[in-house]
Design a protein around this ligand. Structure first.
Ligand code: GTP
Ligand code: MG
Length: 440
């Protein structure tokens, strides 16, 4: 049965300057003839094309044709760059879908085709997902290393090694002779131990991709300057600020774009020594709950007035302390703060003083520059396969009969082959590709 041709909008729905519509499959040539009659199908050359339906010009757009197999999916691919008007895009896609054999793509179906046509393996397909969701430079660099095949290469080499060991194990000849006189038991133990150690090392390289931006919670006494500090950090009058204590009630999330990645700043209601009323009590309770979910707790202290009575208790919770009102600093304020071991910063938010230094520090805290460029494995599925391989090798090490050892080693190799997708079942593929966007 000839493969179907799929099409989808690859950019977000809504009004934009331009959009991208993708098409992949054997009907690309027909689509060019029927939908873009004046388009010259020169491989990988962007040319103008007119899309007309009856008397209506739907769009004048740029189009690029990628003939199989040198395309993203390995099939004939057409990429169209219409104006980003939802009406134009709907009419364009409807027109394309009228060509026989064309249907709308499912989530991740372009990438699934790339995988099925051998353009990428499963670790690379998952790396593409990491690229789509990366929110900081570390995750992004790692995703590119995964995409370049670093992990697949290592897994393939290890699977090959297991295959060679298994082949020797399965040889129906005298083992010792085959390996030049060494004791076969010793050789087997050593080979399996090496494989086991390699698998363990791979499993240690797991790190969640961290696609959710980390949270920095600002907390402290009422009126300490928490909201003003966030406004200064994001360079925007984003939060309500006033000289009346208790201005912020509900916690508020504000994204901050640091040079190496994005984080979320959380403004909270001030934590006073005692609550003045029920609303106060509930607002403070909320602040404490938010603090529990923080990746970084920033205590904000107004240094121009005496420290709040609950300062020591608050300071114990803090990872870093920011002293606000440094423009109104009184002498003894500075001295009293020196007892704390946390990192400390001084700012004058309305004057924007100390803000640049604080941002640099946050960038270093959340996204430390790492010396080693070791590639981490970000997929829990891949780690589960590696763990399965490890368990097989462990069982092989304990097994006595050569047949049993060979069986476990074959299983170990199969588990590794599933990491890269040489062995895969439909449900696994569905789960992976359904996490993609439509049009990817
Ligand atoms: N001079 C000076 N004034 C500041 C500074 N930071 C904040 N303020 C002022 O201090 C007052 C309180 O600031 P907010 O940012 O509302 O303080 P908050 O901690 O969010 O207060 P609550 O939401 O009520 O808990 C406002 O009048 C700000 O203009 C600072 O660094 N220097
Ligand atoms: Mg506030």
């Amino acid at each position: 049965m000839p493969a179907t041709t799929i099409t989808a909008l690859a950019t977000p729905a809504g009004l934009s300057a331009l959009a991208v519509v993708r098409v992949s499959g054997p009907a690309v040539a027909d689509i060019c003839k029927i939908v873009l009659p004046n388009f010259k199908m020169q491989p990988r050359v962007a040319s103008l094309a007119k899309v007309v339906e009856g008397n209506l010009i739907i769009d004048n757009l740029l189009a690029i044709y990628f003939p199989a197999p040198n395309s993203y999916t390995g099939e004939d691919v057409l990429e169209l760059f219409p104006h980003g008007n939802p009406f134009i895009i709907r009419r364009l896609i409807e027109t394309i879908c009228k060509v026989p054999g064309v249907q709308l793509a499912e989530r991740g179906e372009f990438t699934e085709r790339a995988f099925l046509n051998g353009k990428i393996d499963l670790t690379q397909a998952e790396a593409l997902c990491d690229i789509l969701y990366a929110r900081n430079s570390q995750t992004l660099s790692n995703a590119h290393r995964l995409l370049s095949g670093e992990i697949s290469g290592e897994i393939k080499a290890l699977a090959e090694n297991i295959k060679n060991v298994s082949a020797k194990l399965e040889l129906d000849v005298d083992f010792a002779e085959d390996i030049g006189g060494a004791d076969s038991g010793e050789w087997r133990a050593e080979s399996l131990e090496n494989i086991l150690q390699h698998l363990k090392m791979l499993r240690k390289r797991f790190r969640k991709a961290g696609n959710e931006p980390p949270k920095a919670v600002l907390f402290g006494a009422p009126n300490a300057g928490k909201s003003s500090l966030i406004n200064a950090l994001v360079k925007e009058d984003r939060l309500l600020v006033s000289e009346v204590p208790g201005t912020t009630r509900d916690f508020v999330e504000v994204p901050l774009h640091l040079p190496s990645g994005d984080i979320l700043l959380l403004d909270t209601a001030g934590l006073a020594d005692t609550a003045q009323n029920e609303i106060d009590r509930r607002a403070m309770q909320k602040s404490r709950e938010v603090l529990e979910k923080a990746n970084l707790k920033i205590l904000v202290v107004d240094i121009s007035i005496p420290l709040p009575r609950n300062f020591e208790q608050l300071a114990r919770m803090a990872n870093i302390i920011v002293r606000t009102h440094s423009d109104m600093l009184i002498e003894n304020g500075e001295r009293r703060m020196k007892n704390n071991s946390q990192l400390e910063f001084s700012v004058a938010s309305p004057k924007n003083e100390g803000i640049k230094e604080l941002k640099e520090a946050l960038d270093n805290i959340f996204f430390p520059k790492e010396e080693s460029e070791e590639t981490w494995i970000t997929s829990e599925r891949q780690i589960a396969c590696i763990k399965k391989a490890e368990e097989c090798v462990l069982r092989a090490m304990q097994a006595g009969a050569v047949e049993l050892v060979a069986f476990e080693m074959r299983e170990a190799r199969n588990a590794l082959c599933s990491v890269i997708g040489e062995i895969s079942d439909e449900s696994v593929l569905n789960e992976i590709f359904s996490s993609y966007c439509i049009g990817k």
